[in-house]
Write a protein that binds this ligand. Structure first.
Ligand code: HEM
Length: 455
């Protein structure tokens, strides 16, 4: 654990190139090349100096990762400014300290354990619906389909089955996230509201449209006599109570619901597109996975998802800031220093994953990924709230895709990582060529849906 200290400041070494260039590296695909180069050069944490952010210590060693994630939030905390501003003051991303922990206690159970299994049928329905018009024998991007199916799945999980309102959310949400992600990569001045046609103003307009829908859904739910029997997250949050018996204020519920939908779909969509991208380049694995699906197994599929998340994490890093001067391992970081836990570097460490560059799901067969080494969902008090939901979604989606389609392998080079401002996506959209499997008749499909729904 990191500790407070008055020792003289001692930051890890780092590149000496100008701040602006370091900023460009970290906002572009160069990051995926330079991160490993610097990681090797400094052999441990290193310090980069970024415009706006300032001094940032990049950490990937599992001991330091554990230290950062397990240190009390009085000393090391996630910065709330960036995502907090995007989602509003009532979002988990804006909350700190006790208030944040209390909110997690109310939100987390909705996406974990038994409750998450209730979403299995709706996820499978969305996969079948969104892939119904996939062309056969012609290359296409899978990322847009994955985006729609994960958006629909999270919207239904969060809001239940209110069709009309969901249609409006389905239109506004992707546009808002695309614009928000674009602005995320620009200096903050670009995102300000300069009047009607400026990007900042457009973002506010999207937010107003969303608020109108969400407010009406909250109002409807409040008067719903069947509220207590509903299992959607909106209904559960309306009925949730903090330890002191207080409800979550409506404004905070709106911010939270928006957070869950925004955080919960592009990430999973990108991970699924990466899964297709990886599998088409590993035909033997593809064949083994299809056999496994046909015989009702799941172990290799689970291991494959872990390996996709290891080799192509869809988010690049956890960010933290030192609230006071802290000692972290051998280093002393002044108050205000940022820490970036770099997932790619952590996942490519030879000590943690022998032969790290090979895509080899067998390394996870029957095993749980090692804590603080495999960290695509982050860690500590800010670990992804939706990890259980995302894991189920990826499993059900991959199972359904393998059951319904034969994916044509390819020897084309792997798609590059493309940073979209939040998510890292395959640069060519996770292209696929598919053929519908003849063995998967509609009656097979019906019976499998019934099994999925019953489990
Ligand atoms: C493959 C899919 C996903 C990935 C890779 C992912 C990854 C992450 C990561 C890396 C963090 C930050 C952790 C940190 O700062 O240490 C995070 C936070 C979060 N995620 Fe996810 N996520 C995914 C899906 C989801 C889904 C489906 C939901 C909603 C149901 C969700 C909701 C959240 C929320 C609310 C937080 C903030 C947690 C907090 O600060 O307490 N995520 N996620």
């Amino acid at each position: 654990m990191a500790t407070a200290t008055n020792e003289p400041v001692r930051l890890p070494p780092g590149p000496r190139m100008p701040k602006l260039f370091q900023g460009i590296v970290f906002l572009t695909a160069l990051q995926y090349r330079m991160g490993p180069v610097w990681g090797r050069r400094y052999g441990g944490p290193f310090t980069i100096n970024l415009p706006i952010f300032g001094k940032t210590v990049v950490v990937s060693d599992p001991i330091l990762v554990k230290d950062v994630y397990s240190t009390s939030s009085d000393l090391i905390e996630r910065p709330t400014k960036i995502l907090g501003e995007a989602f509003g003051p009532g979002s988990t991303f804006s909350l700190t300290g006790d208030e944040h922990l209390q909110r997690r206690k109310l939100v987390l159970p909705n996406f974990h354990g038994k409750r998450v299994q209730n979403y299995e049928r709706l996820i499978e329905e969305e996969v079948i619906r969104e892939t119904a018009d996939w062309p056969q024998g012609r290359e296409f991007k899978t990322l847009p389909t994955m985006g729609r199916l994960t958006l629909n799945a999270i919207l239904r999980a969060v809001f239940g089955e209110e069709k009309r309102a969901l249609d409006e959310l389905r239109t506004v949400m992707p546009a808002m996230i695309a614009l928000g992600s674009l602005l995320q990569r620009q200096p903050p001045i670009v995102g300000r509201d300069y009047g009607r046609w400026s990007p900042g103003a457009r973002l506010s307009q999207y937010r107003q449209r969303l608020d109108t829908v969400i407010d009406s859904l909250i109002a409807d739910a409040r008067t719903d006599p069947a509220l207590a029997e509903r299992s959607d997250v909106l209904a559960l949050l309306l009925q949730a109570r903090y330890d002191d018996g207080q409800p979550i204020p409506d404004r905070h519920i709106a911010d939270e619901l928006l957070t869950l939908v925004a955080a919960g779909h592009e990430t999973t969509a990108s991970q699924l597109a990466w899964t297709v991208e990886r599998l088409r380049r590993h035909p033997q694995l593809l064949a083994r996975l299809t056999d496994e699906v046909d015989t009702g197994g799941s172990e290799l599929r689970q291991a494959t998802i872990y390996e996709v998340q290891r080799t192509r994490p869809t988010l690049g890093a956890s960010l933290r800031t030192a609230n006071q001067q802290v000692r972290l391992g051998d280093w002393v970081l002044p108050a205000g220093t940022n820490m970036m836990i770099d997932f790619q570097l952590a996942h490519e460490a030879e000590d943690s994953f022998p032969d790290p560059d090979s895509f080899n799901p067998d390394r996870f067969l029957g095993a749980t990924p090692p804590a603080f080494r495999w960290i695509p969902f982050g860690g500590g008090v800010n670990r992804c709230v939706g990890a259980g939901f995302a894991a189920l979604e990826m499993d059900v989606a991959l199972r359904t895709l393998l059951r319904e389609f034969r994916f044509a392998p390819t020897d084309a080079p792997g798609e590059r990582r493309h940073y979209r401002g939040v998510a890292i996506v395959p640069s060519r959209g996770g292209r696929a060529v598919v053929y519908r499997r003849k063995s998967a008749t509609s009656s097979d499909r019906d019976s499998m849906s019934a099994v999925a729904g019953g489990s």
